[in-house]
Ligand binder design. Structure first.
Ligand SMILES: NC(=O)c1ccc[n+]([C@@H]2O[C@H](COP(=O)([O-])OP(=O)(O)OC[C@H]3O[C@@H](n4cnc5c(N)ncnc54)[C@H](O)[C@@H]3O)[C@@H](O)[C@H]2O)c1
Ligand SMILES: [Zn+2]
Length: 399
C-alpha cells in the first residue's frame, strides 16, 4: 500500500504524514409553503419568504417558464406590480425573463446559460434572489444556473405543475441532461424556499395535470400505505380535475418528499441508494428512447407498474397488490404500455443507475404497499416477463 510523506525532516528521513479527517455538519432550513394566488399583493406568503434580511441588498431576478407566461397573460406585469406594491425593500434587477419550458430546456445549455447570464448582467450577489416560476424542467435548468452562479444564489421556486409541486420543486437537485443521460450535469442545493400556488394548476393540459399523480403514487408506495388508499378513493375525482382532491394529494406528496429529504440522513445521496427514484431506472430510459414524447410523469407511471410486477414475479409482493397498483395508475388515466418497452435498450437504464451510484446497483422494490426493500441484482429474464405481463394487463379494459 502506498504511504504518503510530508516534508523531509532534519535527519533527511521522510516522516509519514498525519492524516486529518475533520468532520463537520451544517444546518439547513427547507421552507415549503402552500397558497393560492401568490401574486395577489394582499397574499403575505411570498412577502414573508422574501422578508428583509440584513445581509441582502434586496435585489431580485425573476425567470418564468414560457408555457406559464402563455397560459397566464399579463403575468409579467403582475410580477412587476407585485414587487413594487408588496416588496418595499426589494427591486427587480432585470426585466422578468421568459425561458422555453418543457424537457427540451434541459437538453442543451441554452436556458442554463441565459439564466446565468442574466444573473451576471444584473450583478446579482449570493445574498440576492432568483425566483423561478415554472414546471420541473425549468426549475431544474434555471435552478442549476442559480446554484452554480457565484457557487449559489438564493433560489425561490414557484412550481407550476402538479409534478413540480408534488415532487420536483421540493427536491434538492438541479440539473440538465447531457451525453444522452437524464440529469447528467447538475448539483445538490437546498432552495431558499418553495411556494406551491394551486391556482397555477388550473391551466395545465390534462396530461400535465395527471403527471404529478405518478410521483404521488410512488411516494405512497414507498412511505405511506394509507396515502395510497386515499389516492385510490380520490382517483375518479382526480381524473375529473377536481381541484380540492388535487390540493390534498399534492400537499401530502410534497410533505412526504420533504420529510424524506430532511430525515433520511442522506439528502445529497452520498450513499448507495436513490430511494425516491423507485420506478425511475426504466422511466428515465423510456423518456430518452421516445425522444421525451413520453413525459417524465407518464414514464414514472410505467416504471412503477414494471417494478411492482417484477416485485410480484420475485414472490415478494402479492400479485393482488401489484394488480391494485396497476389498476390505480390506469384509473388515474395513465397509459401503461409503450412499444419502446420491447426494445432491449431499455435495460441500459439499469446500467445508467449502476454507473450513477458507483459500482453496485441498487434498485428499490416492494414487499407490500408502503414497505420497500432494496436489491442489488435484477434478473433480466424475469424483468422481461414483468414487462410482457404489463403488456397484457395494461390492455385489459377497466372493470
Ligand atoms: N429536481 C428534482 O428533484 C426532480 C424530481 C422529479 C422530476 N424532476 C424533473 O422534472 C421534469 C418534469 O417536470 P414537469 O412534469 O413539471 O414538466 P415540464 O416542466 O416539462 O412542464 C410541462 C409543460 O407544462 C408547461 N407548464 C408549466 N406550468 C404550466 C401551467 N401552470 N399552465 C400551463 N402550462 C404549464 C411547461 O411550459 C411545459 O410545456 C423532468 O425533467 C424531471 O426530470 C426533477
Ligand atoms: Zn421522478
Amino acid at each position: 500500500m502506498a504511504r504518503r510523506f510530508d516534508a523531509i525532516r532534519g535527519n533527511g528521513k521522510r516522516q509519514p504524514a498525519v492524516p486529518i479527517d475533520a468532520a463537520f455538519t451544517m444546518d439547513y432550513v427547507h421552507r415549503l409553503r402552500f397558497t393560492s394566488d401568490v401574486l395577489d399583493p394582499a397574499n403575505p406568503v411570498l412577502r414573508e419568504v422574501l422578508a428583509k434580511t440584513e445581509d441582502s441588498p434586496g435585489r431580485l431576478v425573476v425567470v418564468v417558464d414560457q408555457g406559464v407566461a402563455e397560459a397566464w397573460p399579463g403575468l409579467c406585469e403582475r410580477i412587476d406590480d407585485y414587487v413594487i406594491d408588496a416588496l418595499d425593500w426589494m427591486t427587480l434587477a432585470a426585466p422578468v425573463q421568459i425561458v422555453p419550458g418543457g424537457e427540451t430546456c434541459k437538453n442543451d445549455w441554452s436556458v442554463y446559460e441565459s439564466v446565468a447570464r442574466t444573473i451576471h448582467d444584473a450583478a446579482i450577489c449570493r445574498h440576492s434572489y432568483v425566483l423561478v416560476i415554472g414546471g420541473g424542467a425549468v426549475l431544474d435548468a434555471a435552478g442549476f444556473a442559480a446554484a452554480t452562479a457565484h457557487r449559489g444564489v438564493r433560489l425561490v421556486r414557484l412550481p407550476t405543475t402538479t409534478l413540480a409541486q408534488a415532487d420536483a420543486g421540493i427536491g434538492v437537485k438541479n440539473g440538465i441532461n447531457a451525453f444522452g443521460k437524464k440529469n447528467f450535469l447538475g448539483c445538490f442545493a437546498v432552495p431558499w424556499a418553495v411556494i406551491n400556488d394551486e391556482k397555477f394548476l388550473t391551466t395545465l393540459t390534462d396530461r400535465d395535470w395527471r403527471c404529478g399523480l405518478s410521483e404521488a403514487v410512488k411516494v405512497a408506495l414507498l412511505k405511506d400505505a394509507s396515502f395510497f388508499d386515499i389516492i385510490e378513493s380520490a382517483a375518479p375525482r382526480l381524473k375529473e380535475r377536481d381541484q380540492t382532491a388535487m390540493r390534498s394529494i399534492v400537499r401530502r406528496s410534497a410533505e412526504l418528499h420533504l420529510q424524506h429529504i430532511v430525515s433520511c440522513g442522506d439528502p445529497f445521496e452520498m450513499r448507495g441508494a436513490r430511494p425516491l427514484d423507485f420506478g425511475h431506472w426504466s422511466a428515465h430510459k423510456l423518456e430518452q428512447m421516445t425522444d421525451f414524447s413520453v413525459k417524465h410523469g407518464e414514464a414514472v407511471a410505467i416504471g412503477l407498474a414494471i417494478d411492482v410486477l417484477y416485485s410480484a414475479t420475485m414472490g415478494r409482493l402479492p400479485g393482488s397488490e401489484a394488480e391494485r397498483v396497476v389498476r390505480l395508475l390506469e384509473a388515474l388515466g395513465f397509459s401503461l404500455y409503450h412499444a419502446a418497452l420491447n426494445d432491449p435498450a431499455l435495460f441500459e437504464g439499469l446500467e445508467d443507475f449502476r454507473e450513477h451510484l458507483g459500482g453496485q446497483l441498487t434498485i428499490t422494490l416492494l414487499d407490500a404497499i408502503g414497505r420497500p426493500f432494496d436489491v442489488h441484482e435484477i434478473d433480466l429474464a424475469r424483468m422481461s416477463d414483468a414487462i410482457a405481463h404489463l403488456a397484457t394487463v395494461a390492455a385489459r379494459p377497466l372493470s
